[in-house]
Design a protein around this ligand. Structure first.
Ligand SMILES: Nc1ncnc2c1ncn2[C@@H]1O[C@H](COP(=O)(O)OP(=O)(O)OP(=O)(O)O)[C@@H](O)[C@H]1O
Ligand SMILES: [Mg+2]
Length: 337
């Protein structure tokens, strides 16, 4: 077994927030007697990550993803628990540690300055990270090429589009060739083409350098394309840790059979074919979808053919998407709390 790159045990991060009572009276009372309440942002989570893994770290808003990433990258102290990354304790912020990691936050430019061209930030990082001339040239040409940013290197960042800035931000974040990358919503706000470029970039980067990556995203496409393993957290607790395939099988034990008819079909007619454990959903007058248990797909298909062979134009079988599963889990949780 390889030695884990990341080890997290019984991690907790509680924030103590000041609660202001409502109204004018509240302002006066709070001057003398402050009330606090506890936000359990991360509440006892444990996991390990092996070298080269790309973990899809997912969960609803406020689940504790960014807080965990901030602890792993040394920005926040944990309230309790063990955290080791590459053998270091992140919050001690040792230079040797910071030189081996990168934190990329999609909503926030951390490396680039608006008034300067990206090349200035790159040269600054070259000094900070003590990158040799040769390594700098090599990575600039390799990464700059894949990210397709050569032509923007000398333009003031302020004049560039969001997608161009993000690609340069990635270049500046990774120019020191880190061993571990923390990506907090790296594709947020980007158009679909740029999102795909960013995904392709990290797929390639991980393959090339064997870098370990922790990725949070609300776009399940990111997770689906990049991660074999997901860690799902909710209310600061671990909800699932395992392979993406197992997650889908466990939470979506169904397949969808889309039947495109040659004639209009109404509910009465479609529902004449009742298949155990399955249900029909209307898409259009001509298109109906059967949600059927995974292990019964062949049998359901058979029955559909036997009943309507002459009325079927096409059939398409698909999985319930990761995005649908996650939405379902979050909605169920909201209903139950
Ligand atoms: N500095 C802080 N002070 C007080 N509460 C905080 C602080 N930072 C985060 N929280 C709270 O901790 C909880 C977890 O926040 P966090 O940002 O980790 O969630 P997240 O999973 O990243 O959510 P999102 O998907 O919206 O980015 C939230 O309830 C948030 O309000
Ligand atoms: Mg977040």
């Amino acid at each position: 077994m390889p030695k884990p790159v990341i080890q997290v045990g019984g991690l907790k991060k509680y924030f103590y927030q000041y609660k202001k009572p409502p109204g004018l009276k509240g302002i006066f009372t709070s001057l003398f007697k402050r009330q606090y309440f506890t936000v359990k942002a991360v509440d006892d989570i444990s996991f390990t990550v092996n070298p080269g893994e790309i973990i899809g770290f997912i969960g609803p808003n406020g689940a504790g993803k960014t807080t965990t990433i901030k602890i792993l990258s040394g920005i926040l102290h944990p309230t309790q628990g063990e955290v080791k990354v590459l053998g270091y304790t992140p919050y001690q912020r040792e230079t040797a540690y910071l030189k081996q990691i990168a934190l990329v936050m999609g909503q926030k430019m951390q490396q680039l300055l608006l008034d300067l061209p990206a090349m200035d930030a790159l040269l600054l990082n070259k000094d900070i990270y003590e990158i040799s001339d040769n390594d700098f040239k090599r990575l600039l040409s390799e990464l700059g090429g894949i990210l397709n940013v050569y032509k923007f290197l000398h333009i003031q960042v302020r004049r560039l589009s969001l997608g161009q800035r993000m690609r340069l931000e990635l270049l500046a974040s990774l120019i020191h060739n880190p061993k571990v990358i923390f990506l907090d919503e790296p594709t947020i706000g980007l158009d679909v083409t740029t999102q795909q470029q960013v995904r392709d970039f990290f797929k390639d980067y991980n393959r090339r350098f064997g870098t370990t990556i922790i990725l949070t995203s609300h776009y399940m496409e990111d997770v689906q394309q990049l991660s074999k393993r997901i860690i799902f957290i909710n209310h600061g607790r671990l909800f699932f840790d395992g392979s993406l395939d197992d997650f889908v099988k466990r939470h979506a034990p169904y397949k969808l059979i889309k039947v495109i008819f040659t004639t209009k079909m109404d509910k009465g007619r479609v529902c004449q074919l009742s298949i155990k454990g399955s249900s029909w959903q209307k898409s259009t007058d001509y298109i109906w979808i059967l949600k059927t248990p995974r292990n019964q797909t062949a049998d359901s298909l058979n029955q559909i053919f036997r009943s309507w062979a002459d009325n079927i134009r096409d059939i398409d079988i698909s999985e319930i998407t990761l995005s649908d599963i996650v939405t379902q889990i979050i909605n169920d949780d909201a209903d139950n709390s």
